[in-house]
Write a protein that binds this ligand. Structure first.
Ligand code: HEC
Length: 296
C-alpha cells in the first residue's frame, strides 16, 4: 500500500517536469528553465528512496538538456592530470549542466546564498577529455549513452544539512538505495562523503565557475595530459564508495583459536556471517553496561 502511494508520488512528480517554472534566463542560455523536482528535505525519509528513482528518470531522459536547456560546460573537461597511463582526477572527465538559479548566483559574482532548488548535473566520462576534443556536442552525448550513463549531482537544499546540499551519484544499472540487507552505502542523501572534498571549496561547497560554461568568457580549467592515454586502457568511471566496500574491505575475523574463524577476508560477508563476529565476545548484563551520558 505504502509503496503504491510512493509510486503514485513519483508519477506525479515526474509528470510535472515539463511544466517547470520559467525563471530569469541568462543571456548565455535564453531558453533555460528551472526543474520542478521537490526539495529532498521536504520529503519524509521513506519517500527519499523513491525520490532517487524520480531523479534517475529525470537524468536518464537528460531532461536538464533536452527539455530544460540548461547551460552546459564548453565541452568535456578533465578534473586532474593524466600522466604515464594514470589519471589523477578528483572525478572522471566531466561535462556539467547548471540550472538557471545556479547560473544567476554565478553571474552575481557568487555572492549571497545559493537559492534552494539550484542544481548541477555532472555527466561523467572516461578520461581524459582529449578523447572527445573533436566530437560535436551531439556526438559526445551519443558516447555518454554508449559508454553507460553516470552522473553526480548537487541540489541546493539549505534546510537538509549543515552544508546545505543534497548529493548523489546515479548511473545506468545501479541498485537504488534501500534499508534492506546487505545495507549498501547510500549513493544519495545529505552529508555524503562528497563533502570531504567539496568542503574545501572557497564558498558554499561548489567549485563552479563561469569560465567553464558555454557562452561566458574565459578558458575552462585544464590539466597536464600526456599522450599515454592513446595506448592506455583508462578505467571507466568508478562508483565509489560502494565498489571498494563490496570488493576490497578486509573484515575483522574473530580471535585466533575461535571456532568461528572462517569469515572471508576479501569479500563482503552475509549479515549472518557478520553478526557471528560478536559470538566469541563475553556477554555483558545490563548492570555492567554503562548508559551513554551516565556519570557512574
Ligand atoms: C576527491 C574529491 C572529491 C570528491 C570525493 C567529490 N568531489 Fe565533486 N568535485 C571535486 C572537485 C575538485 C570538483 C571541481 C572539478 C573541476 O572543476 O575541475 C568537483 C566538482 C563537482 C561538481 C560540479 C560542480 C562543482 O562544484 O564544481 C559536482 C556536481 C560534483 N562535484 C558532485 C559530487 C558528488 C555528488 C560527490 C559525491 C558523490 C562528489 N562530487 C565527490 C572534488 C570531489
Amino acid at each position: 500500500m505504502a509503496s503504491r502511494r510512493l509510486s503514485a508520488l513519483r508519477a506525479v512528480v515526474f509528470a510535472f517536469l515539463p511544466l517547470s517554472v520559467c525563471s530569469a534566463a541568462s543571456a548565455a542560455c535564453p531558453g533555460a528553465e528551472e526543474h520542478s523536482l521537490p526539495l529532498p528535505s521536504s520529503l519524509p525519509k521513506s519517500a527519499l528512496l523513491e525520490f532517487q528513482k524520480t531523479l534517475f528518470d529525470f537524468l536518464d531522459h537528460r531532461t536538464y538538456d533536452t527539455m530544460l536547456h540548461w547551460c552546459p560546460d564548453k565541452g568535456v573537461r578533465d578534473t586532474g592530470p593524466f600522466k604515464d597511463g594514470v589519471y589523477y582526477g578528483t572525478h572522471p572527465a566531466v561535462r556539467i549542466f547548471y540550472s538557471p538559479k545556479l547560473i544567476a548566483w554565478l553571474e552575481g559574482d557568487r555572492l549571497g546564498p545559493i537559492p534552494d532548488g539550484a542544481m548541477m548535473v555532472k555527466e561523467q566520462y572516461r578520461p581524459p577529455a582529449a578523447r572527445y576534443a573533436n566530437l560535436s556536442p551531439d556526438e559526445v552525448t551519443a558516447r555518454f549513452a554508449a559508454d553507460g550513463k553516470d552522473w553526480t549531482i548537487m541540489i541546493r537544499d539549505a534546510k537538509g544539512s549543515a552544508d546545505g546540499w543534497y548529493w548523489s551519484e546515479l548511473f545506468t544499472g545501479m541498485s537504488f538505495d534501500s534499508y534492506a540487507p546487505p545495507f549498501n552505502v547510500f549513493n544519495g542523501g545529505f552529508g555524503l562523503y562528497c563533502t570531504r572534498c567539496h568542503g574545501a571549496a572557497e564558498k558554499v561547497g561548489t567549485f563552479a565557475a563561469l569560465e567553464n560554461i558555454k557562452g561566458y568568457p574565459g578558458t575552462p580549467i585544464t590539466y597536464d595530459v600526456d599522450d599515454s592515454w592513446k595506448k592506455a586502457v583508462a578505467p571507466v568511471p568508478s562508483h565509489a564508495p560502494s565498489a571498494p566496500l563490496s570488493s576490497a574491505v578486509t573484515w575483522i575475523a574473530p580471535a585466533a583459536g575461535s571456532a568461528k574463524s572462517t569469515l572471508p577476508v576479501t569479500s563482503q560477508p552475509s549479515v549472518g556471517d557478520f553478526l557471528r563476529v560478536y559470538e566469541p565476545l563475553a556477554q555483558a548484563g545490563h548492570d555492567i553496561v554503562r548508559r551513554e551520558g551516565s556519570r557512574v
